[in-house]
Design a binder for this molecule. Structure first.
Ligand code: SF4
Ligand code: SF4
Length: 282
């Protein structure tokens, strides 16, 4: 049995100050960080004990978690477990990367996001280069603000040709992009069209709740990050009974970490097993 878990603990702080983000330059209290570390350790121990499950794990913290030693250690431990197929994390890639030398890098994958204004392109690319040297798989992405498009083009030109660059499209405002801007973005990210819409999902089959779940620090299971109904708890020995096919109960789904699991979009084929970390073949 293969189970993908999107884990999000109580940590909600970030060392960057992106102006659109509620976690910009926030600090967690020592108590919150200790609780986050203790809950993460419990999660790692849970994974360790489920010998009959192969796990794909994506950490999706509210803020930046990879600067924290307990995430680096958790990822390292998980990467060495025989029943972990993959362990990934969403990160701004600002952390030191030497911890990866102790990890089984063949099982690590990073979902990295470049934040112009918070770091410069050269510094970000140096981090990417270090990942290349270490042999770590990763995707690179950028939020597609209109005023960032030129910088995204420069980043694309500077990245190795085989490195996928995804773009998170702005979709709150209809017709936000001109036709020309859309064409430029599609030239950079051939799959950005999937991210430019809120997919209509009510009643549609989605793998979440069956082979994919969202888990919080207390072990509470939700089918995904977007539907609040609790479906179980991984620390309850009967948690497997909560896993079965379900139709989506939300009207729409607009984030990669959600719609990638919709059956009818068949995006698992497109991502060839790297849907969690958002690495598409280019
Ligand atoms: S790096 Fe991510 S979490 Fe941190 S402020 Fe920017 S958008 Fe928010
Ligand atoms: S389509 Fe999106 S909102 Fe609906 S169940 Fe799947 S991940 Fe959740």
């Amino acid at each position: 049995m293969m189970l993908s878990i999107l884990y999000r603990g109580p940590l909600s702080s970030c060392n960057y100050g992106c102006p659109y983000c509620p976690f910009a330059k926030t600090k967690d209290s020592r108590e919150t960080l200790e609780k986050d570390a203790a809950q993460l350790l419990r999660f790692v121990q849970f994974v360790q004990q489920q010998h009959d499950i192969q796990f794909k794990i994506l950490f999706t913290p509210w803020g930046e978690a990879l600067i924290r030693k307990h995430y680096q250690e958790a990822m390292t431990t998980l990467s060495h477990l025989p029943n972990v197929h993959k362990v990934s994390i969403q990160t701004n890639l600002s952390s030191r990367l030497n911890w990866l030398q102790k990890a089984n890098v063949s099982k690590i994958a990073l979902w990295t996001t470049y934040h112009p204004g918070e770091t410069d392109r050269t510094a970000f690319l140096q981090q990417c280069h270090q990942l290349d040297t270490l042999g770590v798989a990763y995707s690179v992405g950028v939020v597609g603000f209109k005023e960032t498009i030129t910088e995204i083009e420069s980043l694309r030109a500077a990245l190795p040709a085989g490195r996928y660059l995804w773009i998170n499209a702005l979709k709150k405002q209809a017709d936000y992009y001109t036709a020309e801007e859309t064409a430029v973005l599609q030239g950079i990210d051939p799959h950005v069209a999937y991210n430019m819409v809120h997919h209509e999902t009510l009643g549609k089959a989605c793998k979440t709740g069956h082979t994919v779940i969202s888990v919080d620090g207390d072990g509470n299971m939700h089918r995904c990050h977007f539907i609040k109904e609790k479906i179980g708890n991984i620390y309850d020995t009967t948690f497997r009974q909560s896993l079965y096919p379900r139709a989506c109960t939300n009207a729409t789904c607009g984030c990669h970490i959600g719609y990638v699991h919709l059956e009818h979009l068949q995006l698992y084929q497109l991502y060839e097993g790297r849907e969690l970390e958002r690495i598409a073949p280019v």
